[in-house]
Design a protein around this ligand. Sequence first.
Ligand SMILES: *[C@@H]1O[C@H](CO)[C@@H](O)[C@H](O)[C@H]1NC(C)=O
Length: 215
Amino acid sequence: MARVLGSFLLLVLVSSVALATDPSPLQDFCVADPNSKVLVNGFACKDPSLVQADDFYFDGLRMRGNTSNPVGSKVSTVFVHELPGLNTLGIAMARVDYDPWGLNPPHYHPRATELFTVLEGTIEVGFVTSNPENRFITKILHEGDVFVFPMRLVHFQRNLGNTNARAVSTLSSQDPGIVTIANTVFGSKPDISIDILAKAFQSSSDVIEKLQSKF
Ligand SMILES: *[C@@H]1O[C@H](CO)[C@@H](O)[C@H](O)[C@H]1NC(C)=O
């Protein structure tokens, strides 16, 4: 009986792990073929006999990202769109550059957990748990420190310093997606009605209009 229960629990555990990330690959690789007309979950595979080393290679992280924007940070993604060899492999990464006091604003990844490592500087990070607790979990990280943002929770990072900062993230999907809270709520196309947002955020129409004009 205990053994049956044990196997059942193992099965539940294994299936929940399998469902928490991208589906497992069924072959060595499936380099994305962006020109394929076949619509699948992810990208169709390039003919394996035509695959080259460059399909597994990306040199776009050599330079610092351009942080000339209102938040003073730049996320340079290495998702399947930049690195076709990631297709079906359930992993991706990003480089994040920060100006002094630069902010990577509150956002979440609909398809990935994120493991964040500080390469340079001191960075304040935080995430908020789901309703009804909405518990704010925050930490100050130093060079070499690692922090995990659990899948689908809203999180941010801010450079706590007068010098540039730099970090690298790994993410548990070939295409994690980025949902930036301010952009989705105040910058949708077309706009969400002002009266809806005024009620949702319990504020006046002019506050909402001002926010919408910025995103
Ligand atoms: C950085 O981005 C700003 C704003 O988009 C742009 O004006 C500037 O030319 C960019 N700088 C470089 C070096 O690409």
